[in-house]
Design a protein around this ligand. Structure first.
Ligand SMILES: Nc1ncnc2c1ncn2[C@@H]1O[C@H](COP(=O)(O)OP(=O)(O)OP(=O)(O)O)[C@@H](O)[C@H]1O
Ligand SMILES: [Mg+2]
Length: 309
């Protein structure tokens, strides 16, 4: 394990009965990295995170955090790790303060330290006045950001955020990402899952999970480049023929089309066959090659169309 690696996973398998939710994955995460962990529902993201935190046991394989075997050193690693679970974990009937105090007490933090850290975090998230009522009365976004504050109150080196921005407003998502970037700037490692591809652009590297397997791992730019070295075709039309052409492209197996405003974006399978097709259609006004997005990469990787390049 290189010394700048904070996580090392070797051939991890996590099974529930006969079902392998995580099926032989190996990877490393560097210290100070924002590591995006993406995949469709049920791909095995939460299961992996829970194993990395020592909440679930590996069925086989090994997981190291800061050079220590997680299964053997869970207690030692506890202060080192912060975990914001996908399921809401604050106590709904307690106030924000009570929840924060409770989170601090789990890490044996002194009252002064809790007050100091929570002030810092609340200042950063722009919550000047801490709401006095029970957490259950807060908006969805405020609940999420307070759950994040509770998870990082003890100032952990490694933070797992499992869909932290699910169901929050664009404005709140921005606040979350400013906080995540600030953590990374301070040398913390952030391991984050999201279904929002625009958020994934903020990650240093991205791992793509599909049905328990890791199908890709690279920087956003390299993923786009390796999955779509020739870009994406964007078609515009003389007449509104978008749906008809999309159906034809699909039927002929030329690529995967998706509507984009009044245009059509096509993840082309065979460049020559596609170009010949497009030339023969006089209601296609123009064909442009445009840069791929992470959404294109994700759809190609998880659909199995083309698979790993
Ligand atoms: N305790 C469990 N017992 C049995 N099966 C489980 C258990 N926990 C998870 N699974 C199954 O393992 C698979 C992976 O689940 P997991 O929660 O890790 O996926 P995920 O990638 O986090 O999905 P999502 O994006 O929906 O959160 C799913 O099929 C899920 O039903
Ligand atoms: Mg999950």
């Amino acid at each position: 394990m290189p010394s700048d690696e904070i996580i090392r996973v070797e051939h991890l398998v996590v099974a529930f009965g006969d079902f392998k939710a995580v099926n032989d994955i190996s990877f490393g995460v560097m210290r100070g990295e924002i590591f995006g962990f993406l995949g469709a529902n049920g791909a095995g993201k939460t299961t992996t995170i829970r194993t990395l935190c020592g909440i679930l046991n590996a069925t086989s394989g090994q997981v190291f955090v800061a050079g220590k075997d997680v299964a053997a050193a869970t207690a030692v690693l506890k202060p080192y790790i912060g975990y914001m679970s996908q399921k809401f974990t604050l106590y709904p009937d307690l106030t924000v303060r009570e929840n924060i105090n409770f989170a601090g007490s789990l890490y044996n933090m002194s009252k002064e330290r809790i007050a100091q850290r929570s002030q810092l975090l609340f200042d950063f998230i722009g919550m000047q006045k801490i709401p006095p009522g029970p957490v259950k009365d807060l908006s969805g976004g405020d609940k999420q950001i307070i759950a994040l504050a509770a998870a990082i109150l003890h100032d952990p080196e490694l933070v797992f955020l499992d869909e932290p921005t699910a169901g929050t407003s664009p404005q709140m998502r921005q606040t979350f990402w400013r906080l995540i970037q600030r953590l990374a700037q301070r040398g913390k490692t952030v391991f984050v899952t999201t279904h929002y591809m625009d958020e994934a652009e903020n990650c240093g590297r991205i791992a793509l999970m599909e049905k328990g397997k890791m199908v890709a791992l690279d920087t956003p730019a390299s993923l786009k480049n390796s999955y779509f070295p020739k870009g994406i075709k964007e078609l515009s039309f003389r007449q509104p023929r978008q749906q008809q052409i999309a159906a034809e492209i699909q039927r002929l197996g030329l690529g995967q089309p998706s509507a984009f405003a009044d245009k059509l974006r096509v993840r082309v399978h065979d460049e020559n066959a596609f170009d010949a097709f497009a030339r023969g259609k006089n209601n296609i006004f123009s064909v442009q090659t445009v840069p791929p997005t992470l959404e294109d990469v994700f759809l190609k990787a998880v659909s199995g169309a083309g698979g790993t390049p």
